[in-house]
Design a protein around this ligand. Structure first.
Ligand SMILES: C[S@@+](CC[C@H](N)C(=O)[O-])C[C@H]1O[C@@H](n2cnc3c(N)ncnc32)[C@H](O)[C@@H]1O
Length: 312
């Protein structure tokens, strides 16, 4: 089968919404080529260190690449993708160059093109994420392994926004507590919460592909008895209380449900928010404070911010 490679030259800020649009358009596997990846330290401890070719990377911004089967709908799908990406400016998202190029690749190239980017990655003190096709031997006995198939729904688990969320869950979640995950995507944060000792996790996503992925990935990681995945718009209509609410979503969306998060958290409960681009940190902080939260910690990785807030 022939595949088309769509390459979008965009900004770090736009990676998540653009990847989401590509997944929704049916792309199988999204690859991000960020020049920052070439300067990151790579620990050979976690498996084979792969070679990165500077010619594959832009000088500024990032390339987001997706693969679509070549069929008679391709032209329309590409037009829809372009239209949805251009629409992101309405949400004040900087699209940078916003150049889209299309090229053809064959099946074999495609299969290896995106899989080679996913290797076991140590995310936090305890958690390592491995792609489903990798063999991996835990390095220590208290290491927790999350197996993910990144091709299925948003989130390879290794994006800075996800890493910041998992690190905060590891720091603030106590064994036996209840968690709500808003915008669960692949389910990675729900699975991490379960492995770190949550008694129950309620995972919500608007996208039914994400709802299914959270269920499938929870089974794959043997936490299906803890993680309950449902379709829901943010926390609308949700009534159950929680000790921890975690959400890795854009700043523009977080500010829409801080009141609901405050309502559902138990006194002393923690709200872990991530997916906030640096420039929007203060807007989210102010909104959290208006809802009654005390800001406990603000963490940064690359251009991304996570804010941890407490219900007094
Ligand atoms: C950035 S992804 C995060 C995925 C995963 N939690 C992670 O950390 O890798 C955001 C997710 O939020 C979901 N989402 C967006 N708007 C939503 C809404 N109004 N209600 C529920 N989920 C929503 C998207 O479908 C997507 O799966």
């Amino acid at each position: 089968m022939k595949w088309s490679e769509l390459c979008i030259h965009t900004t770090n800020e736009a990676i998540e919404p653009v990847s989401n649009i590509l997944h929704e358009a049916g792309a199988s596997g999204v690859v991000i080529e960020d020049p920052q990846d070439m300067v990151k330290e790579r620990d050979s401890f976690f498996g084979e260190v792969y070679e990165l070719n500077p010619a594959d990377y832009p000088e500024d911004g990032v390339y987001v690449k997706a693969y679509l089967p070549v069929n008679s709908f391709l032209g329309e799908t590409v037009d829809e993708i372009k239209h949805s990406i251009n629409n992101l400016v309405v949400y004040d998202i900087d699209l940078g160059e916003n150049n889209i190029t299309i090229s053809e690749v064959n099946e074999e190239e495609w299969a290896t093109a995106w899989k080679k980017y996913y290797k076991p990655v140590k995310i936090s003190e305890k958690i390592t994420i491995i792609p489903t096709w990798e063999e991996y031997e835990p390095v220590s006995s208290d290491e927790l392994i999350i197996e993910l198939d990144p091709g299925m729904a948003f989130g390879t688990g290794t994006h800075p926004t996800t890493v910041l969320s998992i690190q905060a869950i590891e720091q603030y979640l106590e064994k036996g507590e209840s968690v709500i995950d808003v915008g669960s995507g692949s389910g990675v944060l729900s699975i991490a919460s379960a492995l770190l000792g949550a008694e129950t996790v309620h995972a919500y996503d608007l996208d039914d592909v994400a709802v299914k992925s959270t269920s499938i990935n929870s089974k794959l990681n043997n936490v299906q008895h803890i993680v309950h995945s449902e379709q829901n718009d943010l926390l609308k209509g949700v009534e159950m209380e929680a000790d921890v609410i975690v959400s890795n979503i854009l700043a523009e969306i977080i500010v829409q449900f801080t009141d609901d998060a405050y309502r559902l958290l138990k006194p002393g409960g923690m709200f872990i928010t991530s997916g906030i681009i640096q420039g929007k940190k203060d807007v989210v902080k102010e909104r959290l404070q208006q809802s009654g939260f005390e800001i406990v910690e603000v963490n940064q990785m690359e251009d991304w911010i996570a804010i941890i807030a407490k219900k007094a």
